[in-house]
Each structure stands twice: as C-alpha cells, then as structure tokens.
Write a protein that binds this ligand. Structure first.
Ligand code: C5P
Length: 261
C-alpha cells in the first residue's frame, strides 16, 4: 500500500474556495451542519411530504439518483426555496467533457455538494473541478470504491489491489485533482483524513444509532463514533425516514452529534 505520509499536495492544486461562504466549514461545529438526511424517495411529492414531517429539525438533505432522475433540478430548487442545503449524490462518471457539462447543468439549481466517481480518473475530476469553479457551483466530493464492492467484485473488474489500497489510491488521486472531499465509511475516515488534509470534507453514510436496524448496511457506526473518527458530516437515511417520529429521531441524532463534538 502506498504511504499516506508520502502524499504531497502542491499548494497550486488546492481548490480556491473564496466563493464558498456557506455553512460547510471545518471551523463550524453546529450539529445542524453535520447531519444530512437522505431523501431516498421516488418522487418530489413523497420527498417534500417527508421534509414537512421533520418540522424544521434538519438543514441538509441528500438527493440521490432515485429522486433526481424522477424530479430533476426542480427538487433541488424547491428544497433551496425552503431554505435547506442540498447534497446532490449523482456519482458522475463519464468522459471529462461530459462530466464538466453535467456539473454545469446541475450547478444552477443550488446544490452545495455534488459527488463524482474518483474512478473516472484525474482528467475527469479536474474537468469537474474546473466546471465547478463558478460563484454558486457545488463543492465536489469523490466516491472511491462503492461499499457494495468487496475484494472478489473488485477482482472481477480487474482491480488486483485490496479494497483498502484502492480506496487510498483513488483518494490521493482526488486530492491531486483538487476535489474538496470524499464520501467514505467511518472505518476509512481517519486514514483518509490524513490523505485529504485538514480542510477536506469527509462525508460518512452507514450511520446507525444504538438500537436501530442495520438493514443492508455492513460497515456501520453510531453518530458519535463517526464524529469521533473524524467525519465532517453524516448521511442518515432509514433511521430517520423510517422512524415513527422522524423529527424526534433526527433531534436525537443531532443531540448525539452535539455531545460528540
Ligand atoms: O438508509 P441509510 O442510512 O442506509 O442510507 C444511507 C444513504 O447513503 C443512502 O442514500 C445510500 O445510497 C447512501 N450511501 C451509502 N453508502 C455509500 C454511499 C452512499 O449508504 N457508500
């Protein structure tokens, strides 16, 4: 495995973020800016009805492929009109020119964060960074290896390294390309924080409060554990969306985040 300590990022490659004066800041520790609720719903109506049930307890929402392909930029705009921040989890992966165009197409809607696949390569990531350099463009997060890919699956697509080594390689590539942060598991977050540097955003899904159903997630952590490991922000879906009282479930997670700060 490559040495984490050997990674040197030339200052000229660091993203200039003077345009981003929003709530994402490593200096701020407001729990409201560290919890992202995953809106895994099939329509705008279902998503917005759920948002209403949260009664203003949360500030950030994740719009993934299911909802975005059904609703498009309008769901992002409607969440923004209501004063929320949006993490657009589209995991872009195509040739550099097409990914740059996709970044420009979604940038106007007002998402604060957007994901791309690090596996698309350095040129693709640099093209995305360039396309996201405008005043209201989203900050970019790279997805390294999907948590659904184990060693056998990686081998099946020709990757001979272990998943951990491949995650590290792709994280280093993302950092070199000027990407702002990563989506990663709580188990990876401490090591990847060293690769990405102190200003990186490390966004961690697979969060399960004590006593909640693990479901199909395999590498889970509690909110407090993930924060203690160095997560900047947590993505939580079903522990909130499937709760009998979602506002109460969200408030409990926010309190746990606050206590862990
Ligand atoms: O319901 P749950 O809390 O498991 O939802 C987690 C959310 O984070 C889902 O929207 C899922 O797609 C997303 N996600 C994940 N693991 C990753 C990347 C994204 O669970 N590695």
């Amino acid at each position: 495995m490559e040495s984490v300590a050997a990674v040197q990022i030339p200052p000229s490659q660091a993203r200039q973020d003077t345009q981003f004066a929003g709530p994402i800041s490593q200096g701020r520790r407001d729990p409201l800016d560290r919890l992202i609720v995953a809106l895994d719903f099939p329509s705008s109506q279902a998503a917005l009805a759920f948002v209403d049930r949260l009664e203003g307890t949360c500030r950030w929402f994740k719009v993934g492929m299911e909802l975005y392909y059904a609703a498009g930029n309008s769901i992002v705009e409607r969440l923004r009109e209501r004063g929320f921040e949006v993490f657009l989890d589209l995991k872009l992966h195509d040739i550099p020119n097409t990914v740059a165009g996709a970044v420009r197409s979604v940038a106007g809607a007002g998402a604060s964060l957007l994901t791309i696949h690090a596996g698309g390569g350095e040129h693709m990531m640099r093209a995305a960074v360039h396309a996201a350099s405008g005043p209201n463009a989203p900050r970019l997060l790279a997805v390294t290896i999907l948590t659904s890919m184990n060693a056998a699956e990686l081998s099946g697509v020709g990757v001979v390294d272990t998943p951990a080594a491949q995650v590290l390689r792709l994280a280093q590539l993302a950092r070199t390309a000027g990407i702002d942060g990563l989506v990663c598991s709580a188990q990876e977050v401490a090591a990847l924080g060293q690769v990405m540097g102190p200003d990186a955003l490390l966004v961690v899904p697979g969060i399960r409060p004590i006593g909640s159903d693990v479901g199909d997630q395999s590498r889970v952590a509690t909110p407090a554990e993930a924060i203690a490991c160095g997560a900047s922000m947590l993505v939580v879906g079903r522990p909130i969306t499937q709760a009998g009282d979602p506002a109460r479930a969200a408030a409990a997670i926010l309190a746990e985040i606050g206590d862990a700060n």
